[in-house]
Ligand binder design. Structure first.
Ligand SMILES: [Zn+2]
Length: 67
């Protein structure tokens, strides 16, 4: 399943696995990265394609619930 293009401008939230702080970015910028740096604890988080898929799916489901 490909990443949904219509979500590239949507603000998404990814939670740092170490401290739980939300990292907020637009979908397009999540698409482009392979690592995320937590602004709170400095943890370097590996962000894989399956992480991206899960994040996009979660966001799409959240939007569908609001509609
Ligand atoms: Zn953190």
């Amino acid at each position: 399943m490909p990443l949904a293009r219509e979500l590239i401008d949507t603000i998404m939230r990814y939670f740092c696995p170490r401290c739980g702080t939300a990292v907020e970015r637009r979908g397009v910028s999540f698409m482009a990265v392979t690592h995320l740096r937590c602004a709170s604890c400095g943890q370097d988080v590996k962000f894989t394609y399956s992480d991206k898929l899960a994040l996009f799916e979660r966001t799409a489901r959240a939007i569908a619930k609001l509609a």
